[in-house]
Design a binder for this molecule. Sequence first.
Ligand SMILES: [Zn+2]
Ligand SMILES: [Zn+2]
Ligand SMILES: [Zn+2]
Length: 179
Amino acid sequence: MKLADVICSHCEAAGLEPQAEGAVCRYCGTANALTGVLCPRCDEVNPRGAEVCADCRQGLARTCPDCGLRQWAGVERCGQCGRALDALALSSGRWGRDPANRLNEQARSVAALKAHELADGERRSAEFAAIEARRQALLAEARHRRDAQQRIILMVLGGLTVGFIIFVGVLVVAAALGD
Ligand SMILES: [Zn+2]
Ligand SMILES: [Zn+2]
Ligand SMILES: [Zn+2]
């Protein structure tokens, strides 16, 4: 399996890129540990312990000519004595030091940041819309309650007026009968 086909453990996108240790997701930047030995030439992820790439036959381990440390073929310097192992610069040269690659990484992180900010902005405006909707609902409810109170007051006033008229009428009739 090629490294580019390995799924990111964080965002599950396929598109890992090799790094000094493991691989990093080109979309979310998460560092992924590799389950096998990466071929420094063709990016094949070989089974753990493999000595030769199953795809391109590149040796996956090499021995430092100075101190004899056996190590991954893609390292630029011996992990023990620091000797430059530039015979395989063909491989590691692509990583990190490649200006075009670094530019891509910068563009990607800027794009990721923008996407993040955009999502933040959208969430904020959604929250604002929710607050506004709640405010409008409370206002409508208050208006409704006030209207209901006004109707009750009008009804009471109307009742009192009718009662008063009837009362006056009874007084007038009583006065007439009394004469
Ligand atoms: Zn990812
Ligand atoms: Zn290979
Ligand atoms: Zn060494």
